[in-house]
Write a protein that binds this ligand. Sequence first.
Ligand SMILES: [Fe+2]
Ligand SMILES: [Fe+2]
Length: 248
Amino acid sequence: MHWNVFWTEKDIIGDMALWAIGDFHLSLGIGKTMDKFGDLWKNHPEKIRKAFKKRVKPTDTVVITGDHSWGRNTAECMPDFEFIASLPGRKIMIRGNHDLFWDAKRTDRLNKGILGDRFFFLQNNFASYKDYALVGTKGYCFEGRDTLEHFIKIRDREIERLRVSFEMAKEAGYEKFIMFTHYPPTSIGENSSLFTKMAEEYGAEQVVYSHCHGIEHFYDSFQGNVNGIEYRLVSSDYLKFKPAKILD
Ligand SMILES: [Fe+2]
Ligand SMILES: [Fe+2]
């Protein structure tokens, strides 16, 4: 008798979970440690490995919300990719501001290349989890480091990419959405933004983001329920490197 007799598709679906965490800032290839950011970051890849092992099953899905590696190109990032690939679960990647390996205009090339076997790069496309569409893009917020013109240009480009993601999912028949960005959905002090409005327009149930590091930035944007949407920060230092469960 074959094992598959006991392992039906229903069992596998019932035994799934969706997780998120971001900002690993790995440097296994180039040795740029995060130690200067405090004790929490000491040997942090090991903390990530342990937390994944404890929580995430191979049948689970994990959305990793950007700033994956300090490497400046794919070759420099490769040991970090190997590390991430060795963690349990299907991995969906969001582009962070430090992800120099990811040419935003060539996401298709990443998905079709050697890394595409191990990761799904989410931009101008969508992934599915049960009856949910996982949509997302890098996003953007104003941090006082660029001109208003530059901010508007990048933000509008990201809003367009997010709309493409939502629209593709909608066209494929999805009605339930979880939205992922790297940047927080609002700039400091904002009560709404084009990103939060888009989440509301399409009826996203959750908006998941990272990028915010250190206690002084953990509350830069929304957390909890705002206008019926659950906002969640999943930067790895905020989560102490333990992936957050987004859906069962
Ligand atoms: Fe980061
Ligand atoms: Fe970032």
